[in-house]
Design a protein around this ligand. Structure first.
Ligand code: FAD
Length: 375
């Protein structure tokens, strides 16, 4: 007889782990399958580490709703469970009078999306808050912060394993077949291949999530599930310049929200970096182009006049799993139970780019709702 699981989650990134911690109850047989040697080695450790407030996304989108909910949940979790975070607040800075209209539109969208703690500030108020930052006006987002995402993932791992759920590392999902009682999942573990049956299958495979959806027979192009990889590079800032700002400083984003613009982040140790840039790429390449230093310098110079090119050093890169290709309109997260594709109990999470870290605990609650009554 084949081995049976109740709930199987593909991918041990922050989203898969948050879901596992949420659905494990001590009785259900819950498994997380991860192809790497440990959790969170892909996008969940290659990001800005920002707890977003949800200002950027059109009202009603899952991106907006789950970000706003996740923001509050994360701060509560951090304070109750001693996970490192700091509510530094963020300034989105208009660097010319011409950008003030866009800033006001963004403020209005953020208000309508329910982003908490937003306020428009004048040039004078901006200078009082951050004397070394140049700008004509800004949005002050008081509820934006930073988080130790590794500690957050460790907390989810402890939460799930404490309720009898297990993670299998070096275990890659290579096949999915619908059977009468759920799904036969085929996995590769080194040289060995084996399969088991699961009642519910949750695809949180990040950059591989379109491929995993395709394994179950979904036409990923037809369903609009094909991912486009979009690289974001970071440069660290040296020369003691981290002492010149105390909040997160962002530019006015591009109108299509293809990214939030090259911004300043600080980590919990006070280190400063700039990023992420935006570049659609054909594959997984995490190198950082030394030659992009000038692009970074030019992008931030209008609001950070104290930065010199020599302060910047290539640091790291992450890759966004985007549903929209270059120049296309913003797409929402796909979080879908696939009964209407003839695949009941198969849940796809595709295109979980930013604000996926912030939204992770709210995504877990949303997915728990989708599988209620199924197991
Ligand atoms: C440059 C950048 C900056 C960002 N900044 C922020 C930010 O400041 N704030 C914010 O809220 N969000 C941010 N994000 C978004 C956030 O990082 C992601 O939304 C989040 O980490 C996604 O987590 P995940 O679990 O869905 O995916 P991942 O972390 O990619 O995890 C997916 C896992 O699935 C595994 N996997 C894939 N295929 C298989 C398979 N066939 N079998 C088994 N395992 C498999 C992978 O190995 C991986 O471990 C940023 C993203 C990027 C790229």
């Amino acid at each position: 007889m084949e081995y049976r699981a109740d709930i199987t989650i593909v991918g041990a990134g922050v989203v898969g782990l948050a879901i596992a911690a949420g659905v494990a109850d001590g009785n259900r047989r819950v498994y997380v399958l991860e192809k790497n040697d440990s959790f969170g080695l892909e996008t969940s450790s290659r990001h800005s580490g920002v707890i977003h407030s949800g200002i950027y996304y059109p009202p009603g989108m899952l991106k907006a709703r789950l970000c706003v909910a996740g923001n509050e949940m994360l701060y509560q979790m951090c304070s109750e469970k001693n996970i490192g975070c700091a509510k530094l607040g963020k300034l989105i800075v208009a660097t010319s009078k011409g950008e003030i209209g866009e800033l006001e539109e963004l403020f209005d969208r953020g208000q309508r999306s329910g982003a908490p703690g937003l306020r428009l500030v004048s040039r004078r108020q901006l200078q009082q808050l951050e004397p070394n930052v140049a700008g004509e006006a800004a949005i002050w987002a008081a509820e934006t912060g930073i988080i130790d995402s590794h500690a957050l993932m460790k907390f989810f791992v402890a939460g799930m394993t404490g309720k009898n759920a297990q993670i299998a590392y070096r275990t890659e999902v290579v096949g999915i077949n619908k059977v009468a009682s759920g799904y036969r999942v085929s996995v590769r573990d080194g040289e060995e291949e084996f399969s088991f049956i699961t009642s519910v299958l949750i695809n949180c495979a990040g950059l591989g999530s379109d491929r995993v959806a395709g394994m179950a027979g979904i036409d990923i192009a037809g369903a609009g599930y094909r991912l486009h990889y979009c690289k974001g590079e970071y440069f660290s800032v040296g020369g003691g310049k981290n002492r010149l700002v105390s909040r997160l400083i962002f530019p006015v984003p591009p109108a299509d929200v293809s990214g939030v613009g090259i911004h300043v982040t600080l980590d919990l140790d006070g280190r400063m970096r700039l990023g992420p840039s935006i570049q659609y790429v054909g594959g997984l390449d995490y190198s950082v182009g030394e030659g992009n230093r000038e692009l970074f310098y030019r992008s931030v110079r209008p609001f950070l006049p104290f930065i010199e090119q020599d302060d910047l050093a290539p640091e790291m890169a992450g890759i966004r799993p985007k549903l929209q290709g270059p120049g296309e309109d913003i797409r929402d997260f796909v979080i879908a139970e696939e009964s209407d594709k003839g695949l009941p109990g198969f849940i796809n999470l595709i295109g979980i780019e930013s604000p996926g870290l912030t939204a992770a605990p709210a995504i877990a609650g949303y997915v728990a709702g989708l599988i209620r009554g199924l197991v």
